[in-house]
Design a protein around this ligand. Structure first.
Ligand code: NAD
Length: 419
């Protein structure tokens, strides 16, 4: 479209992602116009008094993409490469993720251009409080609810709650999720993303997989998500044959002893010897396994390696680990991809449960949280698979996008925004 050059609000990358849906689903022009742009984009400057007495000014962003289904929800990252266009895309994906999960939230994302490793704890706290001062009018439990993301954590959320509560004059834990337990965090939040992914994989295998037992799994990334999903799947009887982190990986075709490995890795980031032969990250992706789980970075499976992937199922725990061209190659090769907005929705689902507990000021045990997570994510998965069957769609990603977009558009129509 020719508006791209002048229209600063449009999210070009979101528009591209919606093209497939438009082709399959015939979105009207108004629907496309509405979905191609964020509802609200905030750009703020945050002056921070550094430890040496100098004032440094940081750029911060918050994009509230779509709020038809409820208050917007999404993480805040601290990274020197934070870029507004990328934040828009991530906020768009959050809108789809919450809609798909069927939770009463819209989607948002935010970030500050900063390398937090270069800041002292005090500077990090002042930066966080400064950011809250700039955006407090636009966030709140019924407006927009941030959460941790890359390089942000429960401590940063605690400062968020404190600053926001001071400004509005009352304790407001529901303004963010991912808080420490003692300040209104939820049991189960730490494991939620991995557990949600494991529930989805299990359901897929039980209902649609040819082979049900002793499936072999390779996992790229051994951080919060990768390590926890390795542990859960190992407990459930899957055979985790390969894992990796940024320094490389290990492979044992008879299965790695995950419990021992995690124990041994408590004080080192390197994989200890004796657990499998060393492999590179590139090799891990190409292993002949039943299930491949990218749980590290974006753009890991591209047109250059997609044709060589031997896994039959890919569970996208990282955000956007497969490029669009690679997706087409995998589909041609009958590799089933369970997309990020479904596979890794466990985190935002338990964030929703945290927010509900904050609203009631009544807190559940981990078992109860996990049961609710299971019910919500399996219900979303079943709806996606039903839609795929009903519309005879080639892949799970398109079915997920269509379901999510339909929910948003239905809410927009009922609210009167669309005719
Ligand atoms: P993390 O920082 O805890 O772990 C990332 C892991 O990836 C580390 O083991 C790191 O060594 C590894 N890694 C980095 N570069 C690598 C490379 N080139 N090759 C292989 N491994 C590499 O992060 P996380 O919280 O586990 O998140 C992982 C992914 O899951 C990210 O894409 C994140 O956006 C996504 N995600 C996380 C959550 C959550 O709740 N944590 C929710 C949704 C999506």
């Amino acid at each position: 479209m020719d508006h791209k050059k002048e229209d600063k609000n449009i999210c070009i990358n979101c528009e591209e992602r919606l093209t497939d849906i438009h082709n399959l689903h015939n979105l009207t022009k108004e629907e496309q116009e509405l979905l191609n742009r964020p509802k609200r984009v905030l750009t703020v400057s945050i002056p921070v008094r550094m430890d040496d007495g100098e004032v440094k000014v940081f750029n911060g962003y918050r994009v509230q993409y779509n709020n038809a289904l409820g208050p917007t929800k999404g993480g805040i990252r601290y990274h020197e490469d934070v870029d507004l266009e990328e934040v828009k895309v991530l906020a768009f994906l959050m809108s789809l993720k919450t809609a798909l999960a069927g939770i009463p939230f819209g989607g948002a994302k935010g970030g500050i251009e900063v390398n937090p490793d270069e800041l002292s704890k005090g500077e990090l706290e002042r930066l966080t409080r400064g950011f809250v001062k700039e955006i407090y009018k636009f966030i709140g439990p019924h407006l927009d609810i941030p959460a941790p993301d890359v390089n942000t954590n429960a401590q940063i959320m605690a400062w968020f709650v404190d600053e926001y509560s001071d400004i509005v004059g009352e304790f407001t834990p529901g303004v963010v999720t991912g808080k420490p337990l003692i300040l209104g965090g939820s049991e189960g939040r730490e494991l939620a993303t991995s557990l949600g992914g494991a529930f989805v994989l299990k359901r897929f295998v039980e209902n649609f997989g040819d082979k049900k037992e002793n499936l072999s799994v390779a996992i790229q990334g051994f951080g919060n998500v990768g390590m926890n999903i390795a542990k859960i799947l190992d407990d459930w009887g899957y055979k985790v044959v390969a894992v990796s982190n940024s320094r490389g990986g290990i492979f044992d075709q008879n299965g790695i002893n995950i419990k021992d490995l995690i124990e041994k890795m408590a004080d080192t980031r390197d994989f200890p010897s004796g657990f499998g032969k060393e492999i590179s990250n590139d090799d891990l992706l190409l292993l002949d396994v039943d299930v491949l789980i990218p749980a590290a970075l974006s753009n890991q499976i591209t047109k250059d390696n997609a044709d060589e992937i031997k896994a039959k199922i890919i569970l996208e725990m990282a955000n956007a680990p497969i490029t669009k061209e690679a997706d087409q190659i995998l589909e041609k090769n009958n590799v089933e991809v369970i997309p990020d907005i479904l596979a890794n929705a466990g985190g935002v689902i338990v964030s929703y449960l945290e927010w509900v507990q904050n609203s009631e000021n009544y807190y559940w045990k981990e078992k109860e949280v996990n049961e609710k997570l299971k019910e919500i994510i399996e219900s979303a998965f079943d709806k996606v698979m039903n839609l795929r069957k009903e519309k005879d769609l080639n892949n799970i990603r398109n079915a997920s996008y269509i379901l999510a977009v339909n929910r948003i558009l239905e809410a927009e129509r009922l609210r009167g925004t669309l005719g």
